[in-house]
Ligand binder design. Structure first.
Ligand code: MN
Ligand code: MN
Length: 341
C-alpha cells in the first residue's frame, strides 16, 4: 500500500493497481476515500467521496446531479437536492454492505458525473438539456443514477434510457403520488405529469410497470382509472401494513419479470417523519426501513438505471431527507453490484 500516491491524491487507485496486478487483473477501480484513512467529514464533495468521472478511465455507473425544480407545484427547492444529498452521503460507510455481502465499489467503478446544466426559466429547454446530457453520459457509462431535482426530470431521463436500451423498459415508480396527470394550469411538463408524457411516447412497458407507495386524496374520482389505462399496477401504501414486505416484493418481481428495470424513486414515498424535506409531503407513508427492505428484495432483477428525486433541503431537518436519499442510492449501487455477478 505504500506506493506514495497519497502524496498526490487521497484516492487509493495506485495501491489497488499494485495489489490487483499481482493477484487478479480483473478490476482496478478507484474507490471512495476510505473513512478509516480520511475522516468522513473531510475530502471531496462528490457523492460518497467517489472520484469524479474525469478521473477514471472506465466507468460502470455514474451518479449524476440534475438540479432542476421549475416543474414543482407546491414547495420549491429540489434544485438544491444534488448538493445536499452529496453532503449527506459523507455519512455512508462505503467499504462493505453486509445485507448484500458486497464491496460494491471494488466490483464496479462508480464515479460522480457532476451536475447537468438545466435552464431554470425554460422548462422545454431544460427537458432537452436533460435528455441530451443523459444520452451523452450513457454513451460512456453502462448505467446512471440521477439525483433530482423534481420529478419532471424522469421524463427526459426515460427518453435517454429508451435510446440506450433500445425501447421501452419496466418502470417501477416509488411515490406517494401517481404523477400521471395530464397538465397543470395548461403546462404539460411538470413534476405531476412525467409518466403521462412518457406513456405518450411509449417509454415504459404497459405490462411490467408499477407504482409503489401511492396514498392520499386525488384530484378526481377518475384518477386511478385513468392511471390504470396508462399501463400501471399499484402497490398502495396501506398494503405495506396489510400484506407485508415479502408479498409486496413478490408482486413487484412478478410484474417486472426479466425486463430491463428503471427505478424512479420520489423521496415523498417515505412518510414526512422520515423525509420532511420534500415538495409535496403526504402523511401515512412508508418508513425508511421499509423502502430499504423492498429494494433489497429486488436483488437479481435486470436493473438498468435509476433516479432519486424531490429532495428539497430547505424543508429538511438534520439532513434526515438527504441522508435517506443518499442511503437509497447506495442501496441501488449494491443492487448493481449484485447484478454484475
Ligand atoms: Mn410525490
Ligand atoms: Mn413524484
Amino acid at each position: 500500500l505504500l506506493c506514495g500516491c497519497l502524496d498526490h491524491s487521497p484516492y487509493n487507485h495506485c495501491s489497488i493497481k499494485i495489489i490487483l496486478g499481482t493477484m487478479n487483473k480483473k478490476k482496478d477501480t478507484i474507490q471512495p476515500l476510505d473513512g478509516t484513512k480520511v475522516p468522513r467529514f473531510a475530502g471531496p464533495s462528490t457523492f460518497a467521496r467517489l472520484p469524479e468521472i474525469r478521473d477514471v478511465e472506465i466507468c460502470d455507473i455514474a451518479v449524476l446531479g440534475i438540479p432542476f425544480d421549475a416543474g414543482t407545484s407546491f414547495r420549491p427547492g429540489a434544485r438544491f437536492g444534488p448538493q445536499s444529498v452529496r453532503q449527506a452521503s459523507r455519512h455512508l460507510r462505503t467499504n462493505y454492505h453486509p445485507n448484500y455481502d458486497e464491496e460494491p465499489f471494488k466490483v464496479l467503478q462508480v464515479a460522480d458525473a457532476g451536475d447537468l446544466v438545466c435552464n431554470p426559466f425554460k422548462i422545454d429547454e431544460a427537458i432537452k438539456q436533460i435528455e441530451q446530457g443523459a444520452t451523452k453520459l450513457l454513451n460512456k457509462v453502462d448505467n446512471i443514477i440521477s439525483i433530482g431535482g423534481d420529478h419532471t426530470i424522469a421524463f427526459p431521463l426515460l427518453r435517454a434510457i429508451n435510446k440506450k436500451f433500445n425501447g421501452p423498459v419496466a418502470l417501477v415508480h416509488f411515490d406517494a403520488h401517481l404523477d400521471t396527470w395530464d397538465t397543470y394550469f395548461g403546462a404539460p411538463y411538470t413534476h405531476g405529469t412525467p409518466f403521462r408524457r412518457a406513456r405518450e411516447e411509449n417509454l415504459f412497458l404497459n405490462d411490467a410497470s408499477m407504482h409503489v407507495g401511492i396514498r392520499g386524496p386525488l384530484y378526481s374520482r377518475d384518477d386511478l382509472k385513468n392511471d390504470e389505462d396508462l399501463g400501471f399496477k399499484i402497490v398502495h401504501c396501506d398494503e405495506f401494513q396489510s400484506q407485508g414486505i415479502d408479498k409486496i416484493i413478490k408482486r413487484i418481481r412478478d410484474r417486472v419479470g426479466s425486463n430491463p428495470l428503471y427505478l424512479s424513486i420520489d423521496i415523498d414515498v417515505l412518510d414526512p417523519a422520515f423525509a420532511p424535506g420534500t415538495g409535496t409531503p403526504e402523511i401515512a407513508g412508508i418508513t425508511s426501513r421499509e423502502i430499504l427492505n423492498v429494494l433489497r428484495g429486488l436483488s437479481g432483477l435486470n436493473l438498468i438505471s435509476a433516479d432519486v428525486v424531490e429532495v428539497s433541503p430547505v424543508y429538511d431537518h438534520a439532513e434526515i431527507t438527504s441522508l435517506a436519499a443518499a442511503t437509497i442510492i447506495y442501496e441501488i449501487i449494491n443492487l448493481f453490484a449484485k447484478k454484475s455477478r
